[in-house]
Design a binder for this molecule. Sequence first.
Ligand code: CP
Length: 309
Amino acid sequence: MDALPHILTAQAFSKEFLESVFARTDEMVARGGKHYRSDALCGKKVFLLFLEPSTRTRESFAAAALALGASVRSLDNPKETMSLKKGETLSETVYTLSRYYDAIVLRQSEAYVAREAALASSVPVINAGDGPNEHPTQAILDLYTVREWHKKIDGLTVLIAGDLMYGRTVHSLVYALSLYKIKKLIFVPHPLLPLPRQVQKYAELHGIPCEETDCFWRAVPEADVIYQTRVQKERLKDEAVAADSAPKIDEHILAVTKKDACILHPLPHGGELARTALEDPRTLCFSAQEDNGLFTRMALLEMIFEQTN
Ligand code: CP
């Protein structure tokens, strides 16, 4: 199976790989979802090395590993309590952890560092977000959610709005969507935070028609999927950039959104989702996306350990 055992970039995914994760997830959902339990990872130890804040990625990986019978270790403030504080490199830290644990889930603030860390590791490393670069397991749960809602991925028009420059979930999502016959990708960036050219190029090289617009309400009626993102203030030097002017989903946007469209957001959110948007049944970020984060990560962990056993 390609893309395993390390999960570093959605560019390494194939359609076959994603479909097999989705099929495994379907099985786990049918067998209880949140209540699914197995001993597939019994005796295994998973370390969650989160050097940036997280709620849903860290806790869904923890819950997934526990559901499969693994032991989980996670530190609340690793930058202060590990030898990183004394100047040890991340690669040395990951190398050391790989001598004690069976898998490492890594979140940190620098692009591409997950790849370096994986080179130092003798066990699978899962990129849980590397700075502004990628968040590949988020793309798996996002696509699974789209597939669940629309019963397909091929043929859809997907609109992606907000901070497309630093929104790492966006980059991984575009790479993963590029494996499907997407009708069109429409980008509506914050005016100062456009999609990196190479990310759009990747989709175009895979035959996906792409367009960019600053007119959110005009683009929305065509979309089958609206993927909204927050401005990643933690990556900005100039706080003024983070001020308004990002596309926002409110009652006016909801009024022109297709009745069968779904609205996704990786969370956490800022002002870009109005209360009416959060309460709209088409908005799945606090329902299906949250649940599917757990279910797809259970499937992924089980498949990773099948490859490494
Ligand atoms: N989507 C996501 O990465 O959320 P957390 O930062 O809460 O993990």
